[in-house]
Each structure stands twice: as C-alpha cells, then as structure tokens.
Design a protein around this ligand. Structure first.
Ligand code: PEP
Ligand code: CO
Length: 433
C-alpha cells in the first residue's frame, strides 16, 4: 500500500519514481502485476523516441518566442489510434499542421512553432469510470495503449502489452514524422501544392490561398499528455549533461492535464523533475493557491512553462485576469496558450459530444483581448483537429438544435475540427494575431 505524502514539497529529493510516494489518479488497474512488471522492465531498456538535442531545440524555440514573440500552434487528435500508425496517415497529420501553420504565419506575419499532439497521444483521462455502450455498462475507454476500444467487457480489461505496442508505434511514427518533414522541406512550392492535392484530395487552386512558401514553418515537435506515470517513468533517463538532468525521451513536450494536476498527487511530483519543456492545462476550477504552487514547482525549469487555459467562454472574464496577474507577480517565464475546445463541450439531442465553432472563436477572441488589455501576450493556440472529413464539431447553437446524428464521427474521445473547419478557424482567429 502506498504511503500518502501529506503535501507536495519542492525541497524534497526528486527521483524518477518519487511520484510513487503520492496518490495518483487515472491509472489503469492491471490484474496481473507480474505481467506489468515484465513490460515495464522491457520499457526501461528500450531506446528513447526522441533525441536530447531535439528536446533542447524545442526549449530554445520556446525561449525565443517568450523573448521576441512568435506563435505556437499545438494541435492534433484528442486521442490517437493504433490503427492510424501508417506512413500515409502520419504524413497527412504532419502536413495538415504545417499547412495550418503556414496559413497562420502568412496571415499574422509571425513565425509559427508547430507542436503536434502526435506520435504517442494514446492515453486519455476520463471523468466517468463506466459508460453505457450498446446497452452494456463498460469500463470507459481510456486509450489504445490501455485496452481495446470494442464494446465488450473482455476488450476493456487493461493489457500491459498495449504499453509496449504504444511505445513501438510511437517510435515508428516519430520516424514517419521526420520523413514527412524532410519531404515538406525538400519540395519547392508547386511540388508541395501538388503533394497537398495528393494527400488531401483538394484541387490545386485551393492551396495557393494558404501561401505555402512565405515564412513557412520547417519543423514540427511532438507532445502528449503525461498521464501514465509508470510508462513515463520508464522513458525518463539521466542525460549526459552537466549538471546531470532527467529528460523524458518518449516525446519532446509533455503536458499535465486538468484531471491530474492536483497539488497533493503524483503527476505534479513527476513533472517537477523532468527537464523537457512542459505545459499545464488549467480550467476555471483552478484555485489561486494551486496556480501559485504550479508557478513555484514548474516555473524554475530551463524553458518557459506553457499555461494552456481551457476555461470555457463563460469563465474567461472571471478567471483569466487573476491568472495573468498572478503570473506577473511571480515573475516566472510563462507562455500563454488558449485551448478553446475543452471548456465548451455540448451534447447533441442524440447524445453525441460536440463543440460549437462560434463559441470557440469567442473564447479565443476574449482571451486574446484580455491578454492585450493587461499587457500580457497570448502566444499559443491549442486545438483538436483531424485532416479527415468528419462531422464532430458544429457551427453554432442553431446547428446544434437542428442536428441529427453526426457522422462520420471517428474520434475516440473528444470532437475535433475537420479539415475545412480547421482552416476556417485559423483564418478567422489570425485576424486578431
Ligand atoms: C485533452 O487535451 O484531450 C484533455 C483531456 O484536456 P483537459 O485535461 O484540458 O481536459
Ligand atoms: Co480532448
């Protein structure tokens, strides 16, 4: 039985497993501890998915944005699927983000740093332990690296082997991301437009509007939520740096999610000691003493802390100003990003989760204006998107009231902007930036 630490303490020695002294939420309950132990032992011995130089290079880009300006586009699936780990699919994800960033860069005249929710974003925190599916009460789906998605009790038993599969697929996808980036960088504009036609099936003319030449981004970094701490621990190693530092080699950037950011729990403890760039997602439930503590615990890393606000339109005015004030007072280097999706989920009359694009734009605009008024800077936009022609997000309340069943709806978890919606969205918000 784990001993509960009474309070998070920045003076205490950190180690890759010091999080185990704390209670932790959202971890799968494996039934065979021996099997899990074997898998974790294997994972402790594998090579990392990313290089230390790339982690530092992302950190330096973040420092540069903090000092000199620029934008961050952080986007991808809510939950990636194992079945999508093909070269073609990864290439489409990468090029989709790069095309959006080109548009954003072109319209804002700023450099854009791309970070994908990509190559390892498999595990999901869930609010409900059980969900009703096909008339069955089943353990809620928590991601491909935990269990199978199909609706049976057997499929939903957590299987440690899926952690291994998740690791090897992340590794493969990282290779695909690198190849897709090379292709993007090697091609001349007309050829690049032609490749877009091939990948996304749009006509050539529609690509010229995105101006794939001007200030186009040439790099893309990967990220995922740092949720499954046993997995993250295995991929955390001491670098050959002076002073010696621990990096998580599973991805470039990790974020701490809204459901696991409690001060007295293990996730914050784990995040305290790693030297990758990190982000934290904050909802309107955030308490003042919590933000104060995050700034203390996560604010003294080599790179700025990214705060991703996901407040929901109705809470922006009452929450964002005190957060900005507190960050200013703490004098901690912070990059602000806005996630206008996770604080505003609706259900259709059919019970499907959806989000309204007009509300998202309002949340982003209001956040931007508050930052501007308070002489703070909103540098980032955090989105859930897909290049596929799904129907998961809707335009406005009118569409919500008149919606029938939304389909195709292929997201494993939250509703994403589809291909067209993502470009329209960036097009509209670029006018503020
Ligand atoms: C997410 O980013 O998919 C997510 C679960 O977000 P949050 O932690 O902000 O709810
Ligand atoms: Co999500």
């Amino acid at each position: 039985m784990r001993q509960k630490a009474s309070h998070h303490n920045t003076l205490k020695q950190w180690s890759v497993d010091s999080w185990q002294r704390f209670p932790v939420k959202q971890q799968p309950e494996y039934t065979d501890p021996q099997h899990l132990a074997e898998v974790l032992k294997h994972l402790e011995a594998v090579r990392g998915c990313v290089h230390e130089e790339a982690i530092s290079s992302l950190g330096e880009r973040l420092c540069k944005i903090h000092k000199h300006g620029g934008l961050i586009l952080h986007a991808g699936d809510c939950a990636e699927r194992f079945q999508d780990a093909t070269y073609e699919y990864s290439q489409a994800k990468v090029w989709h983000i790069l095309c959006l960033a080109s548009l954003l860069s072109h319209r804002s005249t700023k450099e854009v740093l791309c970070i994908g929710r990509l190559a390892g974003q498999f595990a999901k925190p869930r609010s409900q332990l059980y969900s009703l599916e096909d008339g069955l009460q089943l353990p809620t789906f928590r991601g491909d690296n935990i269990h199978e998605v199909s609706s049976s009790y057997q499929a939903r038993q957590p299987d440690p082997d899926r952690l291994l599969l998740g690791y090897y697929l992340s590794q493969l996808m990282m290779t695909d991301v690198t190849a897709a980036l090379c292709e993007w960088n090697d091609e001349q504009t007309p050829q690049r437009e032609q490749t877009c036609v091939k990948i996304f099936g749009k006509d050539r003319a529609s690509w010229s509007r995105y101006d794939l030449e001007q200030k186009r981004p040439s790099q893309l970094f990967c990220s995922h939520e740092g949720l499954l701490l046993s997995y993250e621990q295995c991929l955390t190693r001491l670098a050959h740096s002076t002073p010696p530092r621990h990096y998580n080699y599973s991805t470039h950037l990790l974020w701490l999610g809204e459901r696991t950011r409690s001060l007295k729990e293990g996730h914050l403890e784990y995040f305290r000691g790693i030297h990758n760039p990190v982000a934290i997602k904050l909802s309107a439930q955030t308490q003042k003493n919590e933000l104060k503590e995050y700034l203390k615990v996560l604010g003294n890393k080599p790179y700025p802390l990214t705060i991703i606000t996901r407040l929901g339109k109705k809470h922006v005015a009452s929450t964002l100003p005190w957060m900005i004030d507190m960050v200013k007072q703490a004098r901690v280097p912070v990059l602000w990003s806005c996630d206008p999706m996770h604080g505003s989920t609706h259900r259709t009359t059919q019970g499907q989760k959806t989000r309204l694009i007009t509300e998202m734009l309002e949340e982003f605009e209001e956040s931007f204006l508050i930052h501007q008024k308070m002489k703070s800077t909103l540098s980032g936009i955090h989105l859930e998107i897909t290049h596929q022609q799904v129907q998961e997000c809707l335009k406005d309340h009118h569409e919500l009231q008149n919606s029938s069943i939304l389909k195709p709806y292929t997201s494993y978890c939250d509703p994403r902007l589809n291909f067209e919606q993502s470009f329209d969205f960036i097009d509209q918000l670029a006018s503020y930036l």
